[in-house]
Design a binder for this molecule. Structure first.
Ligand SMILES: Nc1ncnc2c1ncn2[C@@H]1O[C@H](COP(=O)(O)OP(=O)(O)OP(=O)(O)O)[C@@H](O)[C@H]1O
Length: 422
């Protein structure tokens, strides 16, 4: 354990000096990795307890008349049914760490991220979400967090630097000087390992631009420009090949280590990606089948009676195992129950240490750095007036469309969900 420092939230953070890892895949990332890395020990914690969310689904039956006679009127009966999307999900995400939510399609990964990111109405969501033991006001969590969506919505003819500068104009207070905003943009470019791509256009199917992995990092950068405390990402690696996916998660690890909480969903990560994750939640049909570190997954499976064969990837083995279980009667129930017992045995509430600094005091420190204003009456509105945001958006659209050689219509966005150039 090395020195102690105070982080963005005003919390004390223990710093460990770590050996540098070498990355030949990306020059920029390698350059940053060559510098001594600081790994903060978590001191702020987003805890979620017994999150439960269900939706109404209605089933409709139509009866023809007796003996299916066509002249009798059809009778319709509708019976409301509730579908459980999240069932008693608990866990914590710690500052300096990445919490990853894994599971097959439809297991509830996006729903859980939405629940944590305050994108599901409080009335519909059971359970609690707290930061350092305090329940966040509905608006506050949104204000101190950023949510990166699966789809890239970027302007194709703007360069990486311009894209981030427009984000800075849009997300940072307009009272901040151009120079300070540019400084922040340059910091983010380095943090994302995008130095070599800074002057390259985003590109799309018709215009050659940066790679798919770099695009994803630009999307992340546009959201971290205002330095959020919490970063939520829905499938940040989808559509990327394994080396690009690794680089994206490597960047997320760096973002987490700089004192943020990162929560992401991932469908089928490679073992290299898993090596960058700190905590995992495996979901099956809205229930937790494993919650813990990647290192404990193999012992968990052994104790559950399914030893991971030598040379097999543990995460893949786990995903295959419970996908098989989902197809048999009783499904993954025994695994869900085993996980609850296993977790209780290994974790004690005293492990969950976090700062005792009052949350509102901590927010006072951090909020002026971003787009938000803190006043004596609490958190108020966004720093930039509506007209200012409108001007920024119009300027961005105009610059993009002016550069389109074909004179493509105003405000064209690049949305490449498929066909990434990895
Ligand atoms: N409003 C809704 N009404 C009914 N079912 C819903 C609703 N929203 C989501 N679902 C269902 O909830 C389940 C979980 O959805 P969710 O999007 O969270 O899964 P996921 O694990 O993120 O999947 P993917 O990897 O495909 O994105 C799915 O079966 C989905 O169809």
């Amino acid at each position: 354990m090395g020195e102690r420092e105070i982080n963005a939230l005003g919390f004390h953070v223990g710093i460990e000096l770590e050996e540098t890892s070498s990355m030949s895949l990306d020059d920029d990332l390698e350059e940053v990795s060559m510098m001594t890395k600081k790994t903060p020990v978590a001191s702020s914690v987003l805890a979620f307890n017994n999150l439960t969310y269900s939706v109404n689904t209605s089933k409709e039956w139509r009866f023809r008349g007796i003996l299916g006679r066509k002249d009798t009127e059809a009778v319709t009966s509708t019976r409301a049914k509730r579908k459980m999307l999240l069932n008693n999900i608990s866990g914590e995400a710690r500052e300096g760490e990445i919490l990853a939510i894994l599971g097959p399609s439809g297991s509830g990964k996006s729903t859980l991220i939405d629940a944590l990111a305050n994108r599901i109405s409080k009335e519909s969501l059971g359970g609690s979400v707290t930061l350092n033991g305090e329940t966040l006001e509905s608006g506050v969590l949104k204000m101190i967090s950023a949510y990166v969506m699966q789809d890239d919505l970027l302007y194709p003819i703007l360069t990486v630097e311009e894209t981030l500068m427009f984000s800075a104009d849009f997300r940072l207070p307009h009272s901040l000087s151009k120079g300070k905003k540019m400084e922040r943009v340059q910091t983010v470019i380095d943090e994302l390992g995008l130095r070599n791509a800074a002057k390259t256009i985003i590109g799309d199917e018709d215009h050659r631009g940066i790679s798919g992995g770099e695009r994803r990092r630009v999307s992340i950068g546009a959201n971290v420009i205002r330095d959020p405390i919490l970063l939520f990402l829905d499938e940040p690696t989808s559509g990327l090949n394994s080396s690009c996916a690794f680089m994206v998660v490597k960047v997320l690890q760096r973002i987490a280590r700089s004192g943020r909480i990162v929560i992401m969903s991932v469908h089928q990560p490679s073992s290299r990606v898993v090596s960058l994750l700190d905590q995992l939640i495996f979901l099956s049909l809205g229930e937790t089948v494993y919650y813990g570190s990647p290192f404990n997954l193999s012992p968990f499976l052994s104790e559950y009676g399914h030893c991971v064969p030598e040379n097999e990837d543990t995460t893949e083995f786990m995903l295959d195992l419970y996908r098989e279980l989902e197809d048999v009667p009783g499904g993954t129930r025994s695994m869900v129950e085993f996980n609850q017992e296993w977790y209780k045995k290994r974790n004690h509430p005293s492990n969950s240490e976090y700062s005792t600094t009052r949350l509102d005091e901590s927010l006072k420190e951090v909020i002026p750095r971003g787009k938000l204003i803190y006043s004596d009456i609490g958190l108020t509105s966004f720093a930039n007036p509506f007209w200012f945001d409108t001007v920024v958006l119009v300027k961005r659209s105009l610059r993009n469309s002016n550069r389109m050689p074909e004179g493509v219509c105003f405000g064209t966005l690049s949305k490449r969900n498929k066909g990434f150039k990895n």
